[in-house]
Ligand binder design. Sequence first.
Ligand code: TTP
Ligand code: MG
Length: 387
Amino acid sequence: MRTIMHVDMDAFFAAVEVLDHPEYAGKPLIIGGRKDSPRGVVSTASYEARKFGVHSAMPIARAAILCPQGIFVPGRMKRYQEVSEQIHRVFPEFSPLVEPLSVDEAFLDMSGCEHFYPNLEAMGQSLKRRIKDVSGLTASVGIAPNKFLAKLASDFRKPDGLLILKAADVQRFLNDLPVGKLWGVGKKSEAVLHKHKLYYVRDLLPHSLPWLRERLGSALGSQVYHLARGLDERPVIPEQEAKSIGHELTFAEDHADFSFLRLQLAQMSEKVGWRLRSQGLHAKTVSIKVRFADFKTITRAQTLSFPFNDDDTIFREALHLFKQVKLEPVRLLGVTVSNFSVGAQMSLFSLEQENTSQVNEVMDKINRHFAPGTIRKGRSLNSDSTE
Ligand code: TTP
Ligand code: MG
């Protein structure tokens, strides 16, 4: 029997804002944009704001109607990333087998580590306490015999929760769970199950594996059959090395204005370059992704003969690729670099490139010292600038 721990920070971005602005404590706080921002979407909301029905992915405008007294802040990704890294550095203290899932959550395979703690409750408390000490924030933790159950458990007592699901209690816990909570059951398969009057996990139990497979398809049918019985064999997979670094942006409206899109490419190239350099990497390939108004999505890539890590090369190649695409209204734009090498031989570079790399170094230093984006290249500041 395995022991899997799932940890997920509570109202993460909002909690970081409260940490840095104690005057926000206890108030309805909404992250993602200013109140009058017509395009913003809610990243997250404090638990106080959630009482008004505000939730992630909701348009800011809607949140402003539901919760007019809310405090609206645009969000500071760099700061959240920093706290995220603090938290993710804690996990390996508890287990060598950590699977980071997102900015604020991870699975830890604690099998074989149980004897370090008087009981599983103490194990969970110990992780929660360590996260609090390191970051000042609360996390919710679930401990269970597998990943599926551990994630359900951490969610169940949020915020600042801890739930241990023992094998003997699993079926009772699952029986009252809506079928939509089973992994893989989206809106479509939920509708199929509802059509058969199957609303809760307990309703699924009388149905055989072939019966579910026939209605949901072979793979999902089997998954639902097993999850409904609390069975999930998926291993905790330790972090894989990043194979690419990218940024993409979905626009609230479709854009066909070339100078606007070029500005977006310039800004994304800077972000990608910054991340590449902060990880000490060089890349050889630049790719762009373009999704059009009709959701048709294309990617284009260019591999260079030398490794690079400067914004200029990324932007130049991204722009070159973009110019070859027939301009139609664009819904999403992305820039990615891949094909990494660690460091690069400067001797291979021309003097010009060496100068560029010095400019980037100075800009990064300033941006690290002050806020990211304090100093930027002219072309990413407005759409009138030249290449
Ligand atoms: P979540 O863990 O899903 O949410 P949360 O930590 O804010 O709240 P909870 O207590 O329910 O776990 O996501 C982590 C962060 O990721 C969240 O603080 C903001 C960001 N995020 C978005 O930007 N957009 C989204 O749609 C979601 C779901 C999250
Ligand atoms: Mg969270």
